[in-house]
Ligand binder design. Structure first.
Ligand code: AHR
Length: 500
């Protein structure tokens, strides 16, 4: 099969915000306890954080981490996580039916994030709490000193403010499962007043207001409309959440699900812009896709895991080869919409539906989805180019005209590089991809790699990372571009040096 990609220098989708490669750590499962934090582990630092996990997080080049939840956030009292650890309360976490020890709280997490040079995207609880707790938290984190909360932070060891820039106004407040779920009217009013007051404490912060928590909810669309009627002026981003999976075991349909993500994003943009037009406001609202991933392997089995234990090991999806391909299509879709999606958080980072897995007290390893994320996060920086794809297509159960080729080209001017990310969705056919790179003079191919040739259900396990990129030798420069062969069912990255 043949396919073609045409780009023209200067024809860009948008500047890619580094925060497109954000992730998420929630106090749930073994993300914190047994994941990033494991004081008994031989590889832990003086604070109890695992060095091997830190090294893997560094490999992923994550610039931003959303914290501390998730559903956990809506029942959380942030004050439980400050002050002497031995005095902190053990609490029921009703969202995940666990015991929260509060051994890790604000200061400990900021220590971990600062060391890794990761910014924190902090959530305020709008489930069981509201304006007062939120404004106190902003004061505690960002006010220099001389007030009750900022001085308390100093007393607890942080002389300098944390200066947290990005904040979430609650989590999935439209979901019936959410502690303190609200109607759009109720949430819209609360979010707008909370936003106003948080910005009175620190006018430099940016706020993410909750959009729909799954695009299949019947309230999708009207929720956004109503919430934005109340909050548009006060907030900076609207959130989207979506998880995909292959429970029906239909690979062609599974790989097409990124088309749903694209439709979802474009729909939300349309709603934002309609509110902007109606309100006659100059500001354009951008999007924070602050929970996205593959999640389905553990949905039926987690119920059986004993409740009310510390670090109840839920959502430990083990990803396979086909998940990595579907995941790659989702990543490309985020890049294709990077003019408006400025923040995205891969949910989550460690152990909980995560690219990084650990054994408590034992080894750590990279899941199959680790590699596409790592490649895009490392080399997908700069400008996303309008990527015209000509490819045969197919129809699947839920989608029609699904192109066999999913692709995006990114230009990095500092490195004089073009990077092409591509998925060949064809089950059987290798694809000869012609890249027509108009306006560029090519110097050389820097790297060409592929993840291909595995059983669909092949996984990575401790000490055995079989699903990972290998060198693709089938690449050649031509007069006006590059020809590369993409194996059937493959994730690919091609880096090309350009002449100035
Ligand atoms: O990421 C896991 C959960 O998914 C989060 O806690 C919640 O926000 C979403 O429903």
């Amino acid at each position: 099969m043949k396919a073609r990609v045409l780009i023209n220098k200067g024809n860009i989708v948008g500047e890619i915000d580094d925060r497109l490669y954000g992730s998420f750590i929630e106090h749930m499962g073994r993300a914190v306890y047994g994941g990033i934090f494991d004081p008994e582990h031989p590889m832990s630092d003086n604070y109890g954080f695992r060095e091997d996990v830190k090294a893997l997080v560094k490999e992923l080049n994550v610039p931003l981490v959303r914290y501390p939840g998730g559903n956990f956030l809506s029942g959380y009292k942030w004050e439980d996580g400050i002050g002497p650890v031995e005095k902190r309360p053990r609490r029921l976490d009703l969202a995940w039916q666990t015991i929260e020890t509060n051994e890790i709280g604000l200061h400990e997490f900021m220590q971990w994030a600062n060391e890794l040079e990761i910014d924190v995207d902090m959530g305020v609880n709008l489930g069981t709490r509201g304006i007062d707790a939120a404004r106190n938290l902003v004061e505690y984190c960002n006010f220099p000193g001389g007030t009750y909360w900022s001085d308390l932070r100093k007393e607890h060891g942080a002389q300098k403010p944390f200066n947290i820039k990005t904040w979430c106004l609650g989590n999935e407040m439209d979901g019936s499962w959410q502690i303190g779920a609200k109607t759009a009217e109720e949430y819209g009013r609360l979010a707008s007043e909370t936003a106003k007051v948080m910005k009175l404490v620190d006018e430099t912060i940016e706020l993410v207001v909750c959009g729909t928590s799954i695009s299949t909810l019947p309230t999708f669309g009207s929720w956004e409309q109503t919430v934005l009627e109340h909050t548009y002026e006060h907030v900076d981003y609207l959130s989207l959440h979506m998880y995909y999976g292959n429970p029906e075991n239909d690979i062609e349909n599974y790989l097409a699900k990124s088309l749903d993500m694209d439709r979802f994003i474009k729909g939300v943009i349309a709603i934002c812009d309609s509110v902007k037009a109606r309100k006659k406001i100059e500001k354009t609202l951008n999007l924070a896709f602050d929970e996205w991933n593959i999640w389905y392997h553990t949905l039926d089995t987690d119920e059986q895991i004993e409740k009310w234990q510390v670090a109840r090991p839920v959502l430990e999806d083990i990803y396979n080869f086909e998940d990595a391909l579907a995941f790659g299509c989702l990543l490309i879709t985020l890049l294709k919409n990077s003019d408006r999606v400025k923040i995205a958080c891969l949910a989550q980072l460690v152990n909980v539906i995560a690219p990084i897995m650990t054994e408590t007290g034992g080894e750590s390893w990279r899941q199959t989805i680790f590699y596409p994320f790592q490649q895009v996060s490392t080399f997908g920086r700069g400008k996303a180019l309008v990527t015209n794809v000509r490819s045969d297509s197919y129809d699947s159960k839920d989608f029609s005209n699904v192109p066999y080729l999913e692709s995006i080209v990114v230009e990095n001017e500092e490195r004089n590089e073009l990077t092409i990310f591509a998925v060949n969705r064809s089950l059987e056919e290798e694809m000869t991809l012609e890249l027509d790179l108009q306006g560029y003079k090519l110097h050389s191919v820097v790297e060409c790699s592929t993840i291909a040739g595995h059983e669909l259900k092949a996984t990575n396990t401790k000490g055995q990372e079989q699903v990972k990129p290998v060198k693709n030798e089938q690449v050649a420069m031509t007069d006006n571009g590059i020809d590369v062969k993409l194996p059937a069912l493959s994730w690919n990255m091609l880096r090309v040096k350009t002449k100035q």
